[in-house]
Design a protein around this ligand. Sequence first.
Ligand SMILES: Cc1cc2nc3c(=O)[nH]c(=O)nc-3n(C[C@H](O)[C@H](O)[C@H](O)COP(=O)(O)OP(=O)(O)OC[C@H]3O[C@@H](n4cnc5c(N)ncnc54)[C@H](O)[C@@H]3O)c2cc1C
Length: 454
Amino acid sequence: MPVAAKADVVVVGGGPGGFAAALQAARMGASVVLVEKFDMPGGVHTSGLQGAANEGVGGIHTELMARFEAAGYIYIATEETLPEWTGNPLSHYEKMKKPGDRFSRSSFNPEGAGSIMSAMLAEAGVEAMFGTAFLDVALNEYGDGIDAIIVANASGIQAIQGRIFIDGTGTSELVARAGAPFVRGGGPQPSGADWDGRHRPIPGGLLWTMSGVDFTKTAAHQKTAKDPTLAKLIAEADAAGDIPQGLYRPRMTGKGVYGEHYIGHPTLDMSPIEAPDSFILWQNVPYEWALHMDDDARDEARAKSALRGFIDAEAQFLRKYVPGFENAYLTNVGRYVGTRDGRHPLGEYIFSIDDAQQGRSFDDAVTSPMTKTFFWDGFKRHTFQVPYRCFLPKKIDNLLLTGASLSFSYETIFMVMRNFPWCTQTGEIAGFAAARSVEQGIGPKELQWDQPYF
Ligand SMILES: Cc1cc2nc3c(=O)[nH]c(=O)nc-3n(C[C@H](O)[C@H](O)[C@H](O)COP(=O)(O)OP(=O)(O)OC[C@H]3O[C@@H](n4cnc5c(N)ncnc54)[C@H](O)[C@@H]3O)c2cc1C
């Protein structure tokens, strides 16, 4: 097999985790190849359209926010540009606020952001191979290290050799192909959710955008028709055969994260993005379907075609029935259905909800104590650290984990420990660890980690 490239560090996947890992390792002097199947870095946040911008949390994340801002790619909606938004049942993020509350919702333009991230990789000297799909690994003769990855692209099937590899696939695909241990998404579920014994992953979703929306008109209709959730319009469209089964499904009830988050779409689920008349909308996989899109091609295909069907139906419904959407048009559909609960690698340490609840600290902590709100145990705040060992998978000695592929239990990974800022931080940490290991001529498991990076 032809060898396309050789590098100190080979990163698979260019999402927030893989992107920051490649950038940091290259900035520290390592030669770096990044393999990404789509046409830009950013993963769920660019190719998947999830352009939620956050306050910088330091390092590459803060730099990214500043670069997006300087390029004019940040858009901020407030109570002045979008009155009637807080407390509105259609709002993804602000529906829990009280009507009239102040708010500031910042988003970035996913396409523009992807171009900036691409330029940053080039500036740092990363060889970014876009349009290149990772297929498999070639292990060493002992089976405890990766010699090369096998990829497919316009040149055919090729090998890329490296000293240290980083799994930035978001679904631990490199871990799985290398034979390192992991558990499948969908752990034991909160009460009632695994009624038939099937483990259901936290559903993934496909995001899409619509422009030309006059939301002032929609809000006026919600009030005058006394139809805050648009339930009356949905019922009317349903009676006319314009709503496919499952499009507006009730949220499931039950304890824990699944009760009130992401499960079911009783109505529109939207948030401002890019411009005053543009919104991003969520289409999540129906939870009941128990799809494992990360490791089952039929499940992935079913999710893609069903969600695109829902999006088309929703766009038609909005234009035909909902005041304010008469002149709206579908602008973009994400390039892929994002996975929220894929494989969970079993690393040298598995970070669990107990670690957060007990507020554990570690000698090999990668950050100073962090305080985060956990959905799983009823929105409680916990202050804790995360050990470097969560970045080290068992069995394979020259592989680092990052982003949504860290060694975390599935309750902790839900939303809290796999958000964009944190994934960017973990990428930077993994890139640092890889470059340090290269400098010292050791594997990442031998690296002495004695002070927090952040
Ligand atoms: C629907 C959805 C909505 C979300 N909403 C939010 C939100 O509002 N705020 C927030 O902070 N976080 C949100 N998240 C979480 C966050 O987006 C992810 O956890 C984060 O993007 C994970 O980063 P990552 O780098 O690990 O993986 P990803 O972002 O998934 O990136 C993985 C990259 O690897 C590439 N890749 C995968 N397999 C291969 C292969 N075989 N060959 C080559 N390339 C490959 C993919 O193309 C992709 O670019 C959401 C996630 C989803 C799925």
